[in-house]
Design a protein around this ligand. Structure first.
Ligand code: CDP
Length: 795
């Protein structure tokens, strides 16, 4: 009722509320080695599970001989699809309505697919046992690209499906085709570019795993799980296993990074749970790195064509795109079920465009299934790459400055709330402000001048300047349009204030390193006038936390953050009633002061109570009109998503002799609405930019023509290290979300989403004078050198 936190002040009132760079509470245990991850969990009598995987990408299984494995001392059981079928667990549903083998029953569909499982007294014995499982394979021809998979003579991958006659999964489209075609026909200029968003793998430090523990005394299973969505996973576990949901407890302890990789359910979890129930002993399964990269949810793998229609002076009239999507061997994309192409349909980006049309075809291939939202909101990364690359292509065609062309097309601040040509309702934005700030920080004009100078001097190293002015969409729900496996995408918070004035906040989302134990406590501190040190945040235990849909797609702050603020305000309302009783005043005369955090009688500021004093009264002297205690719950179904944005400017130096790319400047201006913790935000931006550099320069899950995963370990799947990361210069603007209770938008994914096109635009920009319009990612030196050579720029 006091208008919420003030974006201009952002002072936090010294109690660690909104806007204060409070040090992360969780770091004490992490930096002193006291974190508790799934693999740290050891239970008495615990067994270990090792999965036997197929060396072939496409092969029929004639026979599995487990007898020699069973002879290994310490091996307790060897499971195959046949054993699981006896418990109706041979297959499991994916998050997109497909059915995936838990252990292969008949035909292997991708390399390293799960074929059998060995359960043993320790992990080494389990591995020895796995080596002794003999599988007779009849090798079949594989197909690894979506394009090849859709050829008429391509081998049929999913021959177990009744109606499946080819490898086509679905077609999808959005927008007004006719209107868009008309705009293109009438346009002064049209440009087109084909680009690949290569297959990536989220690479959390901690791989996936679980410890499953069936308690035959309580008929209850407890699963410690590397889960980004414990509650949704509990519901799915219950549905798949038939164990009633109240007899399933999922615990996500500390999680060592998720990035979307820990949203799906994987066969290893199901096998370990089945083994625990059958053997009545705890069972641990923990992936190795190569198992994680080769079999769990990948990201991207979109082949995209982009087209823009514009006037001669650079006003974009229409956007058209067509995508070929490689979904792997199963349709196991992790995204809201009504969005088969995720949020790709936000491909008009930050621009006010008259007409837009997008279409997509998805195909099965003999590669691992996936399509997870790798640090992004369900394919928004691909959409941002497409539009931000295309704007650069158009700028080149028209010989216009890429900053100027953006400025001419931005949705203007007064146009918000803005409905895009593909039906998104943008909440707020001021794109030009962010771009101007970035241009100033980057000293843009100076580098344009330097670029010209180097071209004139035929210098060995060329300068390129890349811009990306991206808009994200984060914070799924609302529940009416967004669900995961039918469960609506709301989130929740439960605040309990203790008699001594401290509090426990429980939330339905699950941190994987984002600092929720600090930032969510800050929201409560802000809204209740408490000190942040007096608030403990708990999450990740389905027995105690309120039901929520979990953390991915930067939805925690937009949804659970909102639930936290609303629950805190409910507590505040009750506190007012208690204060009225204590101060012998009418409830409507009690005012709450955000600055001091105190409740006082209107016009008499010295007749006041702190939240600590009120908490004591709630348990020791509550008014008869109120129940004792001081707590509240909120389940928040957001009215809309939030639309964070930013402008990134990257300056690179491209070596004409080696194709090496050096970052001269890396400027990132972000706007995530009202900021809870600037220091946490800075950390999120740094991490995300590092991942953006990995995407643009190094990372790629590759396959050879036999379906061997040739990019399936850290020797071949290259992650950036401190050596590859330049100094980041960050800035911000604040455009609050009008519908979020504390005006906040998400931020965790903006840098991963926004930076790859800025980096590619910079490298292209260095060669643009010689006619280069595109360089594919990852821009390894050999690839850059090839592009230099094609443009006649090589040394
Ligand atoms: O869902 P996820 O936690 O991955 O993403 P997020 O909601 O964007 O939040 C990432 C971290 O940044 C959390 O600790 C947030 O509380 C914090 N944050 C913030 O301090 N201010 C914002 N306006 C948005 C996020």
């Amino acid at each position: 009722e006091d208008g919420g936190p003030d974006p201009e002040k952002h002072c936090g009132h010294g109690r660690g509320g909104m806007g204060e760079g409070v040090k992360r509470k969780e770091d004490k245990r992490f930096i002193t080695g006291r974190g508790n991850y799934v693999d740290d969990i050891k239970k008495p009598g615990m067994l270990h599970c090792e999965i036997v995987r197929s060396p072939h990408a496409h092969a029929r299984i004639n026979e599995i001989d487990t007898s020699r494995a069973m002879e290994v001392d310490g091996v307790v059981a060897v499971l195959t699809a046949e054993d699981l079928a006896a418990h109706e667990l041979a297959t499991m549903p994916t998050l997109m309505d497909d059915t995936q083998d838990v252990l292969v029953n008949d035909k292997v569909k991708f390399q390293s697919q799960e074929v059998a499982a060995v359960i043993a007294e320790d992990r080494y014995v389990a591995k020895d046992g796995a080596e002794k499982v003999a599988v007779d394979y009849e090798v079949l021809d594989p197909v690894v690209t979506a394009e090849d998979a859709l050829e008429a003579d391509a081998p049929l991958i999913r021959d177990e499906l009744d109606d499946q006659e080819d490898n086509h999964i679905f077609d999808w489209d959005v927008g007004d085709k006719e209107a868009t075609d008309k705009v293109f026909e009438a346009a002064d200029v049209t440009v087109s570019e084909q680009m690949e968003y290569q297959r990536l793998h989220p690479a959390p430090i901690e791989t996936c795993g679980c410890v499953t523990d069936w308690d035959p005394g309580k008929d209850k299973i407890t699963v410690h799980l590397t889960s980004q969505a414990p509650h949704a996973h509990r519901t799915l576990f219950s549905q798949v296993s038939g164990i009633p949901e109240h007899k399933v407890r999922i615990v996500s302890p500390d999680i060592g990074g998720g990035f979307g990789n820990k949203v799906p359910i994987y066969p290893g979890y199901v096998v370990a749970a089945a083994a625990s129930v059958v053997l009545e002993r705890p069972v641990k399964w923990m992936e190795e790195r190569s198992e994680n990269i080769q079999t769990t949810g990948f990201a991207r793998d979109y082949d995209m064509t982009g087209e823009l229609a514009a006037t001669e002076d650079g006003i974009i009239k229409g956007v058209r795109t067509d995508v070929l999507a490689n979904h792997g061997a199963y349709n196991a994309v992790a995204q809201p079920s009504k969005f088969p192409a995720g949020f790709f349909n936000i491909f008009t980006g930050s621009y006010d465009v008259e007409a837009a049309y997008g279409s997509l075809t998805a195909a099965f291939t003999n590669t691992a299934p996936g399509g997870v939202a790798y640090r992004c909101s369900f394919r928004v990364t691909e959409a941002v790459y497409l539009i931000e690359r295309m704007v650069k292509v158009l700028a080149q065609e028209l010989d216009m400055d890429p900053a100027e062309i953006r400025r001419r097309n931005f949705i203007q601040p007064e146009q918000f709330p803005y409905e895009s040509a593909t039906g998104w309702n943008y909440d707020s934005g001021d794109y030009e402000k962010a771009l101007d700030k970035a241009l100033e920080m980057a000293d843009y004009d100076h580098y344009r001048e330097e670029q010209r100078r180097r071209i004139e001097n035929d210098a060995d190293k060329l300068i390129g300047i890349g811009i990306s002015s991206f808009t994200e969409v984060v914070g799924a729900g609302p529940g009416k349009s967004c669900d995961i496996a039918g469960i609506e995408m709301f989130d929740s918070a439960d605040i309990r204030v203790n008699p001594t004035g401290n509090a426990v906040l429980r939330v339905g989302v699950q941190t994987q390193g984002q600092g929720h134990e600090t930032t969510f406590a800050q929201i409560v501190a802000e809204e209740l006038g408490m000190d942040v040190e007096n608030i403990t945040v708990e999450h990740g235990d389905t027995d105690t936390d309120p039901y929520g849909l979990g953390t991915y797609g930067s939805r925690s702050t937009p949804v659970a953050g909102a639930a936290t603020a609303v629950a805190a305000r409910k507590v505040r309302d009750k506190a007012k009633s208690i204060a009225a009783n204590e101060l012998e005043a009418a409830e409507e005369d009690i005012e709450w002061d955000r600055g001091s955090g105190e409740f006082h009688v209107a016009g008499a500021p010295d007749r006041s109570l702190t939240i600590t004093e009120i908490a004591a009264s709630a348990y020791m002297n509550h008014p008869g009109s109120e129940e004792p205690g001081l707590e509240a719950v909120n389940y928040y179904d957001p009215p809309e998503m939030t639309y964070p944005f930013g402008s990134y400017i990257v300056v690179v130096e491209v070596d004409r002799e080696t194709g090496e790319v050096d970052f001269e400047r890396f400027v990132a201006v972000d706007d995530c609405g009202n900021r809870i913790n600037p220091m946490v935000i800075e950390g999120q931006i740094h991490g995300g930019l590092a991942q953006g550099i990995g995407t643009a320069m190094m990372e790629h899950v590759t396959y050879d023509e036999n379906g061997n995963c040739t990019g399936g370990d850290f020797m071949n799947y290259l992650l950036p290290t401190a050596n590859e990361i330049p100094n980041f210069e960050t800035g911000y603007t604040v455009t609050p979300s009008p519908h979020h209770p504390i005006g906040a938008k998400g931020v965790g994914e903006s840098p991963t989403v926004g930076s790859p096109p800025a980096i590619v635009n910079a490298v292209v920009d260095a060669m643009a004078h010689a006619g280069t319009t595109h360089v594919e990612m990852p821009m390894t030196p050999d690839r850059v050198w090839e592009n230099l050579a094609e443009a006649g720029l090589e040394r």
